[in-house]
Write a protein that binds this ligand. Structure first.
Ligand code: NAD
Length: 321
């Protein structure tokens, strides 16, 4: 069995590797050659932690495995990241454990790849201003990946605590772009593409604020009860997602579904757009919304790439199980 330690991931997989791996697995999901299994997500009654298991199979790869971990809110005081997770890959022919992969950076990279894919396929090609809502750990990865997809000339950002926006300003400036902290009205008036990446449980962005032609990548809502945008905005938009089953239960669409504003049949899997089986954006004035809930297969795809690269570069740790 192989271990790929967390410390090696940054030197192994690039954002481009992650984009390619996630794009391919989204396409496999839409062709039904890859499936995610039901998500386990529970408050464990210890350390205020939320623990979850996401698993799936890509029969084409093949890649079989799981990601386990979650959110430990008191970790910061111990010098650790609050989000902690580990991936296990199994041999799909024998069930033997093939690899254990540190998955903290993998999670950030595969989540950023998903929203970047949505920007590639759904945003207007003439998009110039990128709006960021949220300035936590994931936001920097989201911003870096989004900037690769369009010729953006400016980044505008909002966070509930504006002092956190400095980290986004630094990333924008690294890419030679100006950054402006703004209120939500200004952000939605200026931005052609908006990425939301917060842990909010109440709508931040209202339907009336969003201009025709905007693309939204809503990435923060990955749990029952979380919400980043008003349900009416989801109802007004053409909605795409990584997986419909997750979007209607733990994604941004859960609220519009519960309120009877939309049905599951109104959602399109982004993989079908990648495959060319469904159109993406049809009109320049359409509002498109990607509901990125985060699926196991994204993790398995990136972890598989990391294992292959670790073996090729001699940094995989081999152990007997
Ligand atoms: P973080 O704790 O580092 O940052 C949280 C962000 O949310 C901060 O910007 C914070 O100011 C903001 N926030 C918190 N409460 C808010 C509120 N009530 N209203 C508005 N903003 C609020 O977390 P992170 O690692 O950056 O993750 C952000 C979110 O993304 C989390 O909800 C996480 O579960 C989710 N996530 C989703 C995926 C996916 O695949 N979709 C993957 C990883 C993380």
């Amino acid at each position: 069995m192989i271990i790929v330690p967390e410390r090696e991931i940054a030197g192994l997989v690039t954002a481009a590797d992650c984009f390619a791996a996630v794009e391919k697995v989204f396409a496999s999901m839409a062709k039904k050659s890859a499936s995610n299994f039901p998500v386990v997500r529970e408050a464990i009654g210890h350390a205020d932690a939320i623990y979850g298991v996401k698993s799936g199979i890509d029969r084409v790869g093949p890649a079989l495995g799981l990601k386990a971990g979650g959110f430990w809110p008191n970790n910061a005081g111990k010098g650790l990241m609050n989000h902690q997770s580990t991936i296990m890959l199994f041999d799909a022919d024998t069930g033997q454990c093939r690899a254990v992969v540190g998955a903290n950076l993998v999670t950030a990279l595969r989540t950023a790849a998903a929203s970047a894919i949505s920007i590639k396929y759904l945003s207007r090609s003439d998009s110039k201003v990128l709006g960021m809502i949220g300035a936590g750990h994931q936001s920097m990865f989201q911003l870096r990946a989004a900037l690769q997809q369009r010729a953006f000339v400016k980044v505008v950002g909002w966070n509930i605590t504006p002092e956190a926006l400095g980290r986004l300003e630094a990333v924008a400036n690294e890419h030679g772009l100006p950054f402006e902290p703004v209120d939500l009205d200004t952000l939605s008036k200026e931005a052609d593409v908006i990425v939301t990446i917060t842990s909010s449980f109440a709508p931040i962005l209202k339907a009336a604020q969003v201009r025709p032609g905007t693309h939204l990548a809503c990435m923060g809502t990955d749990t029952k009860g979380k919400q980043e945008v008003e349900s009416q905005l989801v109802a007004d938009a053409t909605v795409f997602t990584d997986e419909i089953g997750q979007a209607v239960t733990i994604g941004e669409a859960q609220h519009a579904i519960k309120e009877g504003l939309i049905e599951a049949a109104d959602l399109t899997e982004i993989g079908a757009v990648i495959n060319g089986d469904q159109p993406g954006r049809i009109r320049p004035d359409e509002i498109t919304l990607f509901d990125g809930t985060g699926v196991a297969l994204q993790d398995l795809a990136v972890a598989t790439a990391a294992v292959d690269l670790a073996i090729a570069r001699g940094v995989a740790v081999e152990v007997d199980l």
